[in-house]
Design a protein around this ligand. Structure first.
Ligand SMILES: Nc1ncnc2c1ncn2[C@@H]1O[C@H](COP(=O)(O)OP(=O)(O)OP(=O)(O)O)[C@@H](O)[C@H]1O
Length: 249
């Protein structure tokens, strides 16, 4: 069986000649939940941009489910990939209501417009999905998302990203803008969503505790390369102090 993702000899060179992705090789089997650490400018977001098609490699290959998508557009790859960003404003359309955003997410990749009738049909399902989150989102189905708290918006973004069960879920520091308690709640929800749906997930984080606690693989990126790659056993033996040492903190 093919992997969910393969990057083979990936290189991204910018106009100055610097390689921001530098002969990077990475294979992600289906069902893996990998956390990604790395200092500022290590290439973490660039890696996600290369996977999602927002940036094209200068050389090398990107394969999703064994299919070569190196030259495929971001729109094409959106069939397979869902991404949640750090900024709560990026994941949702602010003037649209929670239900309308959820319906849009449900229709992603399908050529159908938003219809009032569909919205009415799906309301109960959306209510149940939001209720599972446990932050009161179900009482805001008709609220424009711009009026939600950051935590509610990020939980909604996660729900929108996973409502169609993507082949690959990319979490780009999705808890970074939240207070510690809300961040913990969103991480619990994230873990539950991933395990219940057996999703394949890559999660960038600056919180070392989260990189250790969640997932079954951990990589450290530096200068556009994978510097450390630890499987579940190696990861479980790691202590926070070991990680701090990698970063000379
Ligand atoms: N489109 C681009 N054009 C030119 N340089 C870029 C581009 N995208 C990223 N870079 C550069 O590539 C390097 C890696 O950036 P990237 O945003 O991937 O780092 P990061 O690991 O996500 O950092 P942070 O933790 O600060 O978000 C940086 O030096 C950045 O300035």
């Amino acid at each position: 069986m093919s992997n969910a993702l393969d990057i083979i000899n990936g290189v991204k060179t910018i106009s100055s000649g610097r390689q921001i992705i530098n002969r990077l090789n990475l294979s992600i089997p289906h069902g893996e939940f990998m956390t990604i650490l790395g200092g500022n400018g290590a290439g973490k977001s660039t890696l996600f941009n290369v996977i999602s098609g927002q940036l094209f490699l200068t050389s090398g290959k990107v394969e999703l489910n064994g299919e070569d998508v190196t030259n495929q557009s971001e729109e094409n790859r959106a069939k397979y990939i869902a991404r949640v960003f750090q900024d709560p404003k990026l994941g949702t359309a602010p003037r649209m209501t929670v239900s309308e955003n959820l319906l849009l997410a449900q229709l992603r990749g399908k050529k159908r417009g938003l219809k009032k009738r569909q919205l009415a049909q799906q309301k109960e399902f959306f209510f149940e999905q939001c209720q599972k989150i446990g932050n009161g989102l179900e009482n805001h189905l008709d609220t424009p998302t711009g009026n939600l708290s950051g935590g509610q918006r990020q939980a909604l973004s996660l729900l929108m990203a996973t409502i169609q069960k993507p082949d690959l879920l990319l979490l780009d520091e999705h808890t970074a803008a939240l207070d510690p308690k809300t961040s913990r709640q969103l991480m619990d929800l994230t873990e539950k969503t991933i395990s219940e749906n057996n999703l394949t997930c890559l999660m960038i984080t600056h919180r070392m505790e989260d990189a250790l606690k969640y997932g079954n693989r951990l990589i450290v990126l530096d200068s556009g390369q994978v510097q450390k790659d630890m499987d579940e056993t190696q990861k479980n033996q790691l202590e926070l102090a070991d990680l701090l040492m990698f970063f000379n903190l």
